[in-house]
Design a protein around this ligand. Structure first.
Ligand code: MG
Length: 426
């Protein structure tokens, strides 16, 4: 049995700002001034009802004396590195999962430090507070999924240990879509099956699970039941075996153009993540889910590894044409990048392709920079723009437009500020 910590910074960006500006401690501090919406809110601001995504004009109204600053990623990364390095003093088995989150395999550390895992977590917390002036919450569990449930359970400065024996009392109080890796994409599917809590999912019989085609869900099921199937991976470059981006939409659609636009958006999201970790995909997978919850899935091995939507989309389009049934209504699409390996390895073996890729690499590097600064999809590929401009939803009876979807769920008009569109031909 493994023991895994999930270490998670509390209101991380806002906490870094307070650590740098001690006179801001105890006050409502908001980051995200450059985006027009809250990126992070200090606990003082959260207490008044401000949270991530709140529009800044609302913040002004709710907390007139709030301190609102633009994000300062350089400072946050410095804090992030220092935080991970503190954890590494205890064990090298640290996976940097995001700027303020790490998974740590502490199996055996209880004997090494002659203390309980709970005490070890408290020690890590106190060193982080003492040296960095920020706080972290730590979840302890036999798997990554349970550790992640734990770190969210009690915040800020919480330590929550979930064992195989105690998991029911936590999971029965948790909505199934709150589980890491499940999200809203599968929530409707679970609801149909009468599964509302994480515990209801975890206590499904294994035989039922085996029939599910969707591998990530099976892995989550095992992790919820205390079997670690996703190990803590120390090297960032191997951190992902696959990257998948699946999203449900309403109303369901049978319009191929609209569905392809959704696929392009899934692909863009998956590629952004892969590029962030310096990874190339060796294969791509396409996932389509119908309204009746049946799904179709196809995979294709690429002749040349890539991480650029403009190269990968045609492959997905071909698969789509094979999988797509025009009599059916679809409610979710997804893209999976598989066979991931680091960019360095690929450049050597694919020398002839290197020049063309170098140009694309430059193009996407600029896109990534713009998008990091101004919000995701400020610059996007032409195909996915169908999502934002045209009424492509159709009813089940034919091509009667139901409504125009102006934005994707979760996006705000502020994220689409006016900067020139970079049109990539696909
Ligand atoms: Mg956090």
């Amino acid at each position: 049995m493994r023991t895994i910590f999930h270490v998670d910074g509390d209101a991380f960006f806002a906490a870094c700002e307070q650590a740098v500006h001690p006179d801001w401690v105890g006050r409502a501090v908001i980051t995200g001034a450059e985006r027009g919406i809250v990126s992070a809110a200090s606990y003082e601001a959260k207490a008044k009802g401000v949270s991530r995504g709140t529009a800044l004009w609302d913040v002004h109204r709710i907390i007139p004396d709030a301190i609102i600053v633009p994000s300062d990623y350089e400072t946050y990364s410095t804090f992030s590195n220092r935080m991970f390095n503190i954890v590494r003093r205890f064990t090298p088995e640290v996976e940097e999962y995001s700027i303020d989150e790490a998974f740590v395999d502490v199996t055996g550390c209880d004997r090494m430090y002659n203390c309980s895992y709970n005490e070890l977590a408290l020690r890590i917390q106190s060193v982080v507070v003492r040296e960095l002036g920020i706080s972290v919450s730590i979840g302890i569990g036999p798997s990554k999924v349970l550790a992640k449930v734990g770190s969210k359970w009690k915040k800020p400065s919480g330590v929550t240990e979930i064992t195989v024996d105690t998991r029911e009392s936590y999971l029965s109080k948790l909505d199934v879509e709150k589980i890491w890796g499940i999200g809203n994409a599968h929530a409707a599917r679970f609801r149909m099956a009468g599964i509302r809590t994480a515990w209801q999912f975890a206590s499904m019989p294994e035989s039922t699970m085996k029939q599910s085609l969707y591998k990530p869900l099976k892995e989550i099921w095992h992790e919820l039941n205390g079997t670690s199937v996703n190990p803590v991976i120390t090297s960032i470059k191997q951190a992902y075996k696959s990257i998948s981006k699946v999203k449900t939409f309403t109303p369901p659609s049978s319009n191929a153009l609209y569905l392809k636009a959704r696929i392009m958006r899934n692909l863009e999201n998956a590629c952004i993540k892969a590029r962030r970790y310096g990874l190339l995909a060796g294969s791509v997978g396409l996932y389509l889910r119908k309204q009746d919850f049946r799904s179709a899935y196809g995979e294709h091995k690429l002749a040349i590894a890539s991480v650029y939507p403009s190269e990968l989309f045609s492959v997905l389009e071909n698969m789509f044409d094979t999988l797509f049934d025009q009599r059916a209504l679809y409610r979710a699409t997804g893209v999976v990048l598989l066979g991931l390996h680091s960019t360095g390895q690929a450049q050597k073996s694919l020398f002839s392709h290197y020049n063309a890729s170098k140009k694309l690499a430059g193009l996407y590097k600029s896109m990534d920079q713009i998008n990091r600064r101004y919000g995701k999809h400020t610059v996007a590929t032409g195909t996915s723009l169908r999502l934002t401009h045209q009424p492509y939803h159709t009813s089940s009876r034919g091509n009667i437009p139901i409504r125009a979807q102006k934005r994707l769920i979760g996006e705000t008009s502020r994220q689409r500020i006016n900067i020139p569109l970079l049109h990539v031909v696909v």
